[in-house]
Design a protein. Structure first.
Length: 295
């Protein structure tokens, strides 16, 4: 019988700790939290009851190690992952998708290595980075329903790269604070971006990451930050981190898209912050153990 619960009662960090300690094998599925309008009483307090909606993410474990992670809205195929981290160019990714539509990730990995596009280390490090980014994002969620299914793993054709959970838990906890600060600074992803005066001068001598360059090429007052994130297969946290770095460097400015009022408070707050050079972020955030062990 699967273990079910809600992240407002038991956090993702606590779940990861218990799965790690119990050495569990299985898949954690997190769902959209749908409001029901009904009230329930929990520990003497009343709150609105929620029910599980569509799947938002799946994270799989083998003997307590992270082996697979995917999130709705982000393409998790090998080609997309390699493209996102800069191991494949946009043109290379497009051509490979067209020519290998029926190939599994494992088959594609062999083809790419044999063709000297990438190395085995490229594949392993890219998949690890993708999985970690997904889990770090999940650690900021605080209300969604979840279900843990014992001994359920992704299809055999997906590449699984085991990662110890201890460092992920430590780094994820640190990033939670960063996520809170980024969300407070940029709460509305429907804002747009524009270049300030003399953008060519400002970009001279600046070294940007692959993700930062991809965001820069979409900078236009007509494109919302949310649209830029979707175009680059980035999560909300990833786009906030990149936009924050570009903004603090004075390379972009937040503007309201057509038909939207720009918040005055955020404008004043941005003017007061000192301009800094952008830094490429390295990848920027405990009671059910007996039940998990008994599954």
């Amino acid at each position: 019988m699967p273990l079910k619960g809600e992240l407002r009662d038991f956090s993702t960090t606590q779940l990861l700790n218990l799965i790690n300690l119990a050495g569990k094998t299985g898949t954690l599925t997190i769902f959209q939290a749908n409001r029901t309008g009904q009230m329930e009483e929990v520990n003497g307090k009343k709150r609105e009851k929620i029910e599980a909606g569509a799947e938002r993410a799946q994270v799989s474990f083998k003997s307590g190690k992270l082996v697979f992670a995917t999130m709705k809205g982000q393409e998790g195929s090998l080609i997309s992952v390699l493209n996102k981290v800069g191991k494949l160019t946009d043109d290379q990714a497009r051509v490979i998708r067209e020519r290998a539509r029926d190939k599994s990730d494992k088959a594609l990995a062999l083809l790419l290595m044999n063709a000297n596009y990438i190395t085995q280390n490229d594949i392993v490090s890219s998949i690890q980075q993708h999985m970690q980014d997904v889990v770090y994002n999940l650690m900021s969620w605080n209300s969604e329903p979840f279900r843990f299914d014992d001994n359920i793993l992704p299809p055999a054709d997906r590449i699984q790269v085991p990662i110890d959970l201890e460092n992920i838990i430590i780094e994820g906890s640190r990033r939670i604070k960063e996520i809170e600060e980024l969300t407070q600074h940029l709460p509305n992803l429907d804002m747009a971006l524009r270049f300030p005066g003399n953008p060519k001068e400002k970009f001279k001598g600046i070294h940007l990451s692959v993700e930062e360059w991809r965001v820069v090429q979409f900078v236009n007052p007509k494109n919302s930050i949310r649209q830029i994130a979707r175009a680059n297969n980035m999560s909300e946290i990833e786009i906030r981190r990149v936009v924050y770095g570009l903004e603090q460097a004075g390379l972009v400015e937040l503007v309201k898209p057509p038909g939207m009022e720009q918040p005055q408070a955020n404008t004043m707050q941005r003017r007061q912050r000192p301009v800094q050079k952008p830094q490429v972020q390295a990848a920027v955030v405990n009671r059910l153990i007996d039940k998990i062990r008994s599954i």
